[in-house]
Design a protein around this ligand. Structure first.
Ligand code: M6R
Length: 601
């Protein structure tokens, strides 16, 4: 997730674009940059937050674009910062999203003599655009042609030296246009320019827009089309949260988009293949004896989910350790143990300590993280990025889903390479992964039912979450969310363990929330729910219809997608925790005593 800004009008563009970037820094803060339209273009960009960028004076430039970056391809460095230019510096481009086929395009351009100065996927766009200008196109028709060549998700804005206009397009990444009296604005979201105009047009996938001072023209398939102008009523704070009251709820709702990014360009269903940017040395996977995952909190529960997938797909022993408790025990040849540090931030001190111990003992190490350039990526042999975009709420939500998804891809990839996952089985797994965003959207569409459930149970004495198999880590994660943001007593249990002690805590004031889906041994779990109901506990169950749930107090439905069904069920638990906390007016995004990134041991 990056932030894009554009302005064309009658005032100096530099300060306006810069102001827009400041408003979008929650979308990423790895680097920032602007391109101001003069002849030639004036470009300034650097790593670091927007506040570290010095925008050139350029008082004569009344058109410009800007970018604040959340790295996906290439680490946060000055050359990787946007805007990017091509061979002749005639055009500058900013981009949010991922160009999936950039490698083949880059190769072709390099063979044709183009030099590249960054590691990004984005840089192919200005090179292609310049080539189309040379072929006689203008910037608009050039962009139309380039869009036909690229695959992936993107919001793109481009400017050309000496021409006061911006052209822009989108596919699966947000882009909104603002209409001023004598000016036009462009941004990834309205927060960027809300202080200047509230009249906006949300572009749709496939739209190509041309912005000039005070006029915006939208094209589709070469024809001019009308798009509605809407007036935004939100204040700036609400707009930054996409109209949601809290980042946490926004991030819960971002999961379908985040997962599309996680999966983008990595899945080839037909071939039953996975394409990750991690290359193990030849023969390494065949000689692999064990995979150890180390993590904390939500990342630990994601690892518990993933370990089961790794054992199933890759037929390799997989263990999970709480990072602060981890000691490396790697047998006679430590290199044959792959140790994976799973950490959203990449900065968790306990996880860094664990991976250092593993690397120091001679194990091969891999980071699975959301944060390019984070400390963990410097400690490990390889890094794999979950691409969830920035997560601001202290409670991890979308990153849990993206972690499990990324690790599921890794498990399938290792399984394919070790020959333990047949192509037909891999195809089924990849189909399920591909249907995850849609399945989660179905849950999000049922939020009103969760609100009703939260109202019913908000005054409960305690909450118990139970599940088996993949439902077990989901139960643990569901309880953690509720503890963390509602400050209510909540515990997660392996469903079968309830009768070995915790059942003594059950009363009519302790709701039991259960995962009753494929991948969570629903029939056996339902027996444990019945045991709790016999002690008068109210019962809430997430089901995909495989077991009869008529006797439950609240049943929440999910579509069945194999081993990933409990991951979909988890979204109900996230929403439940959110609404219970909201009813109690808790400090949801910044719960007491907690920090987003825990950098002390
Ligand atoms: O950044 P990390 O994934 O390493 O963070 C690990 C935990 O601190 C984190 O998951 C924490 O448990 C969350 N606040 C849970 O919502």
């Amino acid at each position: 997730m990056c932030g894009i800004v554009g302005y064309v009008g009658s005032e100096p563009a530099g300060p306006i674009v810069y102001g827009g970037l400041e408003n979008l820094d929650y979308r990423g803060y790895d680097s920032a940059g602007v391109a101001l339209v003069e002849e030639p273009l004036t470009i300034a960009k650097r790593t670091g937050e927007v506040s570290e960028l010095e925008v050139p004076g350029a008082p004569g430039a009344t058109c410009g674009i800007g970018h604040t970056r959340w790295s996906t391809h290439g680490p946060p460095t000055d050359p990787n910062a946007h805007p990017h230019t091509g061979q002749t510096d005639e055009v500058a481009v900013v981009h949010n999203g991922i160009i999936e086929n950039y490698e083949s395009i880059k190769e072709e351009l390099q063979e044709a003599g183009h030099d590249f100065s960054s590691d990004t996927d984005t840089e192919v766009i200005p090179h292609l655009l310049e080539r189309e200008l040379e072929n006689g196109h203008d910037l608009l028709s050039g962009l139309e042609t380039v869009v036909d060549m690229i695959e992936g998700s993107y919001a793109i804005a481009a400017v050309r030296a000496g021409h006061d206009r911006i052209v822009a397009t989108r596919h699966e990444s947000p882009l909104v246009v603002g209409h001023g009296d004598d000016a036009s604005f462009l941004a990834s979201d309205v927060t960027a320019f809300l202080d200047r105009t509230r009249d906006v047009t949300y572009l749709e996938d496939g739209d190509i827009a041309r912005l000039e001072a005070g006029s915006v023209t939208v094209y589709r398939d070469g024809d001019v089309i009308d798009r509605d102008v809407e007036t935004v009523e939100w204040d700036a704070d609400a707009a930054e949260k996409g109209g949601y009251e809290h980042y946490m709820r926004k991030e819960i709702h971002e999961q379908p988009t985040a997962l599309r990014q996680t999966l983008s360009g990595r899945v080839d269903v037909e071939r039953g293949g996975v394409d990750l940017d991690v290359a193990f040395p030849q023969g390494y996977l065949e000689s692999l004896e064990e995979i150890q995952l180390v993590a904390c909190g939500t990342s630990y529960y994601a690892s518990q989910y993933a370990a089961q997938l790794l054992e199933e797909f890759a037929d390799v022993r997989a263990t999970v350790d709480i990072a602060s408790e981890y000691t490396f025990d790697g047998g006679r040849d430590p290199w044959r143990t792959l140790v994976i540090a799973v950490t959203q931030s990449g900065e968790t001190a306990d996880t860094l300590g664990a991976i250092r111990r593993a690397g120091g003992a001679g194990a091969r190490t891999l980071a699975v993280t959301n944060t390019l350039g984070s400390s963990v990526t410097r400690e490990t042999d390889d890094a794999l990025f979950i691409r969830a975009g920035p997560e601001i709420g202290v409670a991890a939500t979308k990153t849990f889903a993206s972690q499990v998804t990324t690790l599921a891809l890794l498990a399938a990839d290792i399984g394919r390479q070790r020959g333990t996952l047949a192509a037909t089985d891999a195809r089924e797994v990849l189909e399920h992964l591909r249907s995850l965003p849609g399945a989660i959207q179905q849950v999000l569409d049922e939020e009103a039912r969760v609100v009703a459930g939260a109202e019913q149970f908000v005054d409960a004495d305690a909450f118990f979450f139970i599940g088996r198999q993949f439902g077990y880590p989901v139960a643990l994660e569901g309880a953690l969310k509720l503890k963390e943001i509602a400050y209510d007593h909540a515990e997660g249990f392996a469903a079968g363990e309830l009768k070995h002690g915790p059942l003594a805590l059950i009363t009519d004031e302790t709701p039991v929330l259960s995962v009753l889906t494929e991948g969570a041994r629903p029939a056996e779990t339902l027996n444990n729910v019945t045991e709790a109901q016999a002690r008068e506990a109210p019962a809430v169950g997430v089901t995909d219809g495989t077991v009869e749930t008529d006797s439950l107090d609240l049943t929440l439905e999910v579509p069945e997608i194999g081993a990933l069904t409990p991951l979909v069920a988890n979204v109900y638990f996230q929403l439940f925790a959110y609404h219970v906390a909201d009813l109690q007016e808790r400090s949801i995004d910044k719960p007491r005593n907690l920090a987003k990134s825990v950098t002390v041991e």
